[in-house]
Design a protein around this ligand. Structure first.
Ligand code: ADP
Length: 533
């Protein structure tokens, strides 16, 4: 159909790259992201300082945090970032590894592309390699008992040790470790089949600036970063009957500004009296059903607060929705949206509700809840940065425990598992043969990048280390890996406590392969022009 009329498919300003050029540019972008993250891998990983467009600073060596703050633009790089984030949500760990592995898989694909091996063959080879690796991973992973608290503690210590180094840090680490273990086992529920299950939602992390991380504490219950609204209210209520209210204790103000003509001062008085009466009725209703503590998601009028105080009711206003939900679960209360529907069965229970001083400020503690599976880790720390970093580390550690509960098997860290899998994949590759064999071998090499990078962060000779590791694994030392802290090769990483839930490594393999293959599949990048300012 040669009509001679140009057909406009893309908007003006859109750019298009295709074929090998698109592929190369994507590979390059993924490799750059991997390069950036490499030096942050493991316990000797370096911190990154990221400054956002508002001038706010983040200092961290946490993979996902770095990626989130980096504001990546290239579409391929974005895909890698998304994969890492998904990994973080799914298993809460292994994000740096995913990015490094995905980047290296693409890097290793380049020479194959140069030999004119079609991307679809590489993709197929990578897929086969991943499936084989997952199968082998499951067979070498060691079964453990999730109810063995001491063992789990050792395991969690590994995940924390990569973040805290030094003398004072040791003390902080132990403190956090105690809280994490206690919190996890408090909320864990035994399943009918004897396994344990925990929901991270049951553990609330509340940060309060001031003091040191060592002043942090685990509270069996819920802590709210709020004060009691009126000085005349009790600061401590035992055997609390708790009302959760998602409606303001205020007289509704008209949406539009109404003009009222007043001709007599008594009219104002009457108007105010009417308002007071409405508020008093609200409070009477609350007292009538027997509530002695009220948490309100919205506002509380000063007059209402005064009436509540007179009735000896402790009240808190502007409670976050997420906290209201946690309170509902913990105390067995139902969130009430209208006072009209209020009845005694909506109330929840707790042994004690109390306002306490935390540093210079006050917080409200709800303890001895009806449902004991609600805990709060109350973090103290000198700066927002320290608090945020501690929160991230705690979340990571809780994920480790959750992963173990979901699949109670572990593997040796420090690159041990990767070297072992690489060895097994090389053997497998020869049975596959053809061009796919090359892709499987490339996959094996990519896996070895993890111990190589770890050795590098420890200042070790990377090539020598890799050779020695390969030798040890051929001799049957399944968990030989890099002891990053001492800068030497270790014959059994599990002996020095460096091990990880198998679920993390499984997910690393899946996520990284998926991301690399997704990019290998692309041969056309059509980008819309950026919107004009
Ligand atoms: P990720 O975001 O991938 O979890 P980390 O920075 O937590 O990245 O590093 C994890 C890697 O560091 C894993 O391969 C783990 O086995 C390794 N690792 C952790 N602690 C040690 C240690 N003490 N010695 C050697 N390797 C370690």
């Amino acid at each position: 159909m040669a009509t001679g009329v140009p057909v406009l498919i893309l908007k003006e300003g859109a750019s298009r790259t295709y074929g090998r050029e698109a592929l190369r540019s994507n590979i390059l972008a993924a490799r750059i992201i991997a390069e950036v993250l490499k030096t942050s891998l493991g316990p000797r990983g370096m911190d990154k300082m990221i400054v956002d467009s508002f001038g706010d600073i983040t200092v961290t060596n946490d993979g996902v945090t770095i990626l989130k703050e980096m504001d990546v633009q290239h579409p391929a790089a974005k895909l890698i970032v998304e994969t890492a984030k998904a990994q973080d949500t799914e298993v809460g760990d292994g994000t740096t590894s995913v990015v490094v592995l995905a980047g290296t898989l693409l890097e290793k694909a380049e020479p194959l592309l140069d030999q004119n091996i079609h991307p679809s063959i590489i993709i197929e080879g990578y897929k086969k390699a991943m499936e084989k690796a997952l199968e082998e991973l499951d067979s070498i992973a060691v079964k453990i008992d999730p109810k063995d608290k001491d063992y789990i503690k050792k395991l969690v210590a590994t995940s924390l040790s990569s973040k805290f180094l030094g003398q004072e840090a040791e003390e902080i680490k132990n403190k956090l470790l105690e809280m994490i273990i206690e919190a996890a086992y408090t909320v864990a529920e035994e399943q009918p089949d004897g396994t344990l299950k925990m929901s991270l939602d049951d553990i609330k992390i509340e940060k309060k600036k001031g003091g040191s991380l060592l002043d942090s504490q685990l509270v069996k219950g819920i802590v709210l970063d709020k004060e009691v609204v009126h000085p005349g209210m009790p600061k401590r209520v035992e055997n609390a009957k708790i009302l959760l209210l998602d409606t303001p204790l205020e007289v509704e103000k008209p949406d539009i500004t109404a003009k009222i003509n007043i001709t007599d001062p008594r009219q104002i008085e009457a108007f105010l009296e009417e308002q007071t009466k409405i508020l008093k009725e609200m409070v009477d209703k609350i007292a009538e059903v027997g509530a002695n503590v009220v948490f309100v998601q919205k506002g509380i009028d000063d007059v209402a607060a005064h009436f509540l105080a007179k009735k000896g009711i402790l009240a808190v206003r502007r409670v976050k929705r997420s906290d209201m939900e946690k309170l509902a679960k913990a105390t067995g209360a139902r969130i009430v949206t209208s006072l009209k529907d209020l009845s005694a069965d909506a109330l929840g229970e707790a042994e004690l509700v109390e306002e306490r001083r935390v540093g210079k400020e006050k917080m409200v503690f709800v303890e001895g809840c009806k449902n004991p599976k609600a805990v709060t880790i109350l973090l103290r720390g000198a700066s927002d940065m320290a608090l945020d970093e501690a929160e991230r580390n705690i979340t990571d550690a809780l994920h480790v425990i959750r992963n173990i509960f979901l699949k109670p098997k572990i593997v040796g860290g420090g690159g041990a598992v990767e070297v072992e899998l690489a060895e097994r994949l090389r053997k497998y590759a020869t049975t596959v043969g053809g061009k796919e064999q090359l892709a499987i071998e490339a996959y094996a090499e990519a896996l070895e990048e993890i111990p190589v990078v770890l050795a590098d962060t420890a200042g070790m000779d990377t090539l020598e280390t890799l050779m020695e590791l390969r030798r040890l694994h051929r001799e049957g030392k399944t968990w030989a890996g890099v002891n990053v802290l001492e800068g030497k090769v270790e014959e059994d990483m599990t002996k020095i406590g460096v091990m990880e839930p198998v679920r993390v490594r499984e997910q690393v393999l899946k996520s990284a392969t998926e991301a690399a293959n997704a990019l290998l599949k692309i041969d056309d990048v059509i980008a819309a022009a950026p919107p004009k300012e």
